[in-house]
Design a protein. Structure first.
Length: 431
């Protein structure tokens, strides 16, 4: 017999929260606030029960039929059952709650509505599918390593799904499944060309590069030990490009599959425009761009006249950043350092090197304590923190706001519709 619950709210991670009569918290996926549901207990701890949904007794008016046939099986999406405007409102609430739980004062801050993605579906220009020994190509089942084979992904672009179809029907055989554990499909936003990246199984790390996959992709990259250093294409032939057009700006970024770039290309353009807007009211001075990648923010700020210093640990990304920054319209000097951000901040602080503005877009783990300490000691007038994880961002902001900074503006950004993930732009001013 199942447990009957009233769902109070959605929490970070996308689960619904309900309580038993004794107050014990129950977390269950694929439910909505206000719903009455029957669930089955899966795992119990002293603080909460993890449950699975059996039946919806009372349905929320915000619930919609998820369009994906793999939904609730595949571990990729967990909000397809919630209409899109409500997804945006939910993410604003979750981000605000994460900041408030960390005792970060928002009394004088502007909390903006979530910036919607231009496309709630078909927005991903990069997907990575797992491949098992039975030739099943797909995503992992929720909470397991079992592969759920898929024929198409509704979050991926049409070009990627077309390439996936050709790959599955013409190239996916036992030889390929034995050697490679996962396959990435990447579309160039500017050209529509597809790159396929193959990742080897551990005992096949020296497997020769894959056979010709030219019907499915313009480029094939094998990330094995044999080809990792020798097969990287020269910078003169970018696999991937995106054009950006803003008021007063028109430029193109180039990169390849060895570099990080936001998978939602159209929303990334809106994110860059948002950051440009936050800094455009200022007289361009010195700016430090941490985790600068291929120059996603450095290049437009350079074109606006900022004196930019970019820091990034990935050598390939730095190489592309330097190439992307050779633009005729540049108005100011720019320099890049291929360095660990924590070490770089320590050196800047040690040499009393100061910047008026610091912009950072760290990976999910955020900054470490030493990096936060040195960033605060550098005392920039403004910090723009771009985050893909509210929890680690709130941890970092707690230190900053305890040491002479205040949050002045919060903007949630929906980089990954249909999922619980939240991107955000936080502006801090020195007190």
């Amino acid at each position: 017999m199942g447990l009957t619950l009233h769902i109070e709210k959605i929490i970070h991670g996308g689960n619904g929260l309900g309580r038993l009569e004794d107050g014990l918290v129950v977390m269950v996926p694929f439910v909505l606030p206000g719903e009455q549901v029957e669930v089955k207990e899966k795992k119990r701890s002293k603080k909460f029960i993890q449950a699975e949904l059996l039946e919806i007794i009372k349905t929320s008016s915000s619930r919609i039929a998820p369009p994906c046939p793999y939904y609730t099986q595949c571990g990729g999406c967990n909000l397809q059952h919630l209409e899109y405007p409500e997804q945006l409102a939910l993410k604003r609430t979750l981000l605000t709650e994460a900041l408030e739980r960390s005792k970060i004062s928002l009394a004088t801050a502007t909390i903006n509505n979530t910036l919607p993605s231009p496309h709630p579906f078909a927005y991903r220009y990069r997907i990575r599918l797992h491949l098992d020994s039975k030739q099943r190509l797909g995503f992992h089942r929720v909470g397991s390593n079992q592969v759920i084979p898929i024929s198409r992904c509704l979050l991926a672009t049409d070009a990627i799904n077309h390439s996936l179809h050709i790959f599955r029907t013409k190239y996916l055989d036992q030889k390929l499944a034995t050697a490679w554990k996962s396959v990435e499909f990447i579309e160039s936003p500017a050209t529509g060309k597809i790159t396929i990246v193959l990742h080897p199984r551990h005992n096949h790390s020296n497997t020769p590069p894959a056979d010709d996959l030219s019907e499915a992709a313009a480029y094939t990259v094998s990330k094995n030990k044999q080809s990792f250093r020798t097969a990287q294409p020269p910078l003169t032939t970018p696999q991937l490009q995106q054009q950006f057009i803003f008021p007063g700006l028109d430029y193109t970024l180039s990169w390849d599959s060895y570099c990080f770039f936001q998978t939602n290309a159209e929303q990334n353009a809106q994110l860059v425009s948002l950051v440009d807007e936050k800094l455009n009211s200022e007289s361009p001075t010195t700016l430090l761009d941490l985790f600068c990648g291929i120059g996603n923010f450095s290049v437009p700020l350079l074109l606006r006249g900022w004196q930019v210093t970019g820091v990034e640990h990935n050598q390939r990304s730095i190489a592309w950043a330097r190439k992307n920054s050779v633009v005729p319209a540049s108005k100011a000097p720019i320099s890049y350092q291929c360095e660990n951000v924590t070490r770089s901040l320590y050196q800047f602080n040690k040499k009393s090197h100061r910047f008026d503005v610091v912009l950072l877009d760290p990976p999910r783990q955020g900054l470490d304590r030493e990096a936060v300490t040195n960033l605060i000691a550098m005392a920039p007038q403004k910090i723009v923190y771009i985050s893909c994880d509210p929890a680690t961002m709130a941890r970092d902001l707690t230190c900053m706001c305890a040491s002479a900074y205040s949050v002045t503006e919060v903007t949630p950004v929906d980089m990954f519709p249909q999922t619980h993930h939240i991107e955000s732009v936080i502006v801090l001013e020195k007190n």
